[in-house]
Design a protein around this ligand. Structure first.
Ligand code: FES
Ligand SMILES: [Fe+2]
Length: 342
C-alpha cells in the first residue's frame, strides 16, 4: 500500500477522539457543592460536585429549551436552569418544574450525562460510547503525594502540536536558552523509538543542559525517556545518574492537552518528584516559566492542525519521535486536530 492509500484508510469510520478520556478540572479546584462548566471537543458540559461528594458531568444544555444550565444556580443538591427554573438532581433527573408544580414529571426530562472519573488528581471525562485507556503515568502511584499540578493553561493550538512540542528536544537551546539548553550545544544525538504494546517509547534521548542536576556547577548531558499512550498526552522521565544528583533528583512530567475545539486546548502539566523532601513549589515555578516560553511558538505554527502526511512538512533526523507519533495517531483513528480532518 502506498503512503497515500494508507492515509486514506484512516479517514473512514468515526473519529475515535470521542472515546478518549480528557482532563476537565483539577480536583482541588472543584469543592463539594461547586458547579464547573467547561468545553470539550466543541461542546459545553457542566460538572456538578454534590454536597454528598458525588461528581457527575452533563451536557450543559437544559432539555427544555436548550439554555445553559451553568448560568443558573447549584445548591449542592439541585441545579436550577436560569430560564424557566426547572430543577435537576445530581443524578440528572428533573425534580421540579415551577410552571406546573403538581404535575408528574416525565422520566425523559433528564440531563444527558457523560462518563467522569478521578485520576492523577484530575477529573477526566469521556464523551464517547467506548472509552479507551487513560495515559499511563506510573510515577504518580510510585511516589504518592509527590505530584504537583500546573494548569489548566489555555493554549491556542491543536493538541497534537502541543504534544509534539513536548516530545522535541531540538528546540531547547533556542526557546529555552540558558534553562533547558544552550548554543552551541545544539546537536541532537540519535535516540531509539519503539512501539511497546501499543505505547510509543523514545529512549536514550540526551540533551545538554546548563544545570543537569540540583547540585550541578557546570553544564552536562541529561537523559530522558518519553512515553505516549494517549493521543493528547505524553510522559517524560528524567533518567537519574550519579553525576546529575542520583535517584532522588529524578522526576517525571505528564503533559496532557484537553481540546475545547480542534485548535484550542486547556493544558495540564503534572510533575512527580522522587525526593520526599523535594520542593514541589520550585518545580511548579520552573515548569510555569518553561511552559510560558513555548506559548508563542506553538501558537504560531501553521497549519494549525498537525500535518499527518509526511510530505506536508520537512523533517530532520531529530524528528523521529514526532514522525512515529504522527503515524501512531493516525493508526489510533484520531483525525481531530490533524490535517486528516481538513
Ligand atoms: S430552558 Fe431550562 S427550564 Fe426552560
Ligand atoms: Fe519547549
Amino acid at each position: 500500500m502506498s503512503a497515500t492509500e494508507e492515509l486514506t484508510v484512516h479517514q473512514v469510520g468515526p473519529d475515535q477522539i470521542i472515546n478518549e478520556w480528557f482532563p476537565v478540572a483539577t480536583c482541588a479546584d472543584v469543592a463539594p457543592g461547586a458547579m464547573y462548566s467547561f468545553r470539550l471537543i466543541d461542546r459545553r458540559y457542566v460538572l456538578l460536585h454534590g454536597a454528598d461528594g458525588m461528581v457527575s458531568v452533563f451536557e450543559d444544555i437544559c432539555p427544555h429549551r436548550g439554555a445553559q444550565l451553568s448560568l443558573g444556580t447549584f445548591d449542592g443538591a439541585r441545579v436550577q436552569c436560569p430560564y424557566h427554573g426547572w430543577e435537576f438532581a445530581t443524578s440528572g433527573d428533573c425534580e421540579f418544574r415551577p410552571a406546573h408544580p403538581s404535575m408528574p414529571i416525565p422520566e425523559a426530562c433528564r440531563l444527558t450525562s457523560v462518563r467522569v472519573q478521578r485520576a492523577y488528581d484530575l477529573y477526566w471525562v469521556c464523551v464517547g460510547p467506548e472509552p479507551r485507556n487513560l495515559p499511563t503515568y506510573e510515577a504518580f502511584g510510585e511516589h504518592p503525594g509527590l505530584t504537583v499540578v500546573l494548569g489548566p493553561k489555555p493554549l491556542g493550538a491543536c493538541g497534537p502540536r502541543i504534544i509534539e512540542n513536548f516530545l522535541d528536544v531540538a528546540h531547547f537551546p533556542y526557546v529555552h536558552a540558558n534553562y533547558l539548553g544552550q548554543v552551541p550545544h545544539t546537536e541532537v544525538k540519535d535516540y531509539d523509538v519503539a512501539n511497546v504494546d501499543g505505547e510509543l517509547h523514545a529512549t536514550n534521548v540526551v540533551a545538554w543542559q546548563p544545570k543537569p542536576g540540583p547540585t550541578a556547577v557546570e553544564g552536562g548531558d541529561v537523559a530522558y525517556v518519553y512515553g505516549v499512550s494517549h493521543p493528547y498526552a505524553a510522559i517524560l522521565t528524567k533518567v537519574p545518574t550519579e553525576a546529575n544528583g542520583g535517584e532522588l533528583a529524578g522526576f517525571s512530567l505528564m503533559l496532557v492537552a484537553s481540546p475545547e475545539d480542534e485548535t484550542h486546548c486547556r493544558v495540564w502539566m503534572l510533575t512527580t518528584i522522587n525526593d520526599p523532601e523535594g520542593d514541589l513549589q520550585s518545580f511548579l515555578d520552573f515548569n510555569t516559566l518553561i511552559f510560558g516560553q513555548d506559548v508563542d511558538i506553538v501558537e504560531s505554527q501553521l497549519p494549525k492542525r498537525l500535518p499527518i502526511d509526511p510530505r506536508l512538512e520537512m523533517h530532520q533526523r531529530a524528528d523521529r519521535m514526532s514522525l512515529a507519533y504522527r503515524r501512531w495517531l493516525a493508526d489510533r483513528g484520531i483525525r481531530y486536530g490533524t490535517t486528516l480532518n481538513d
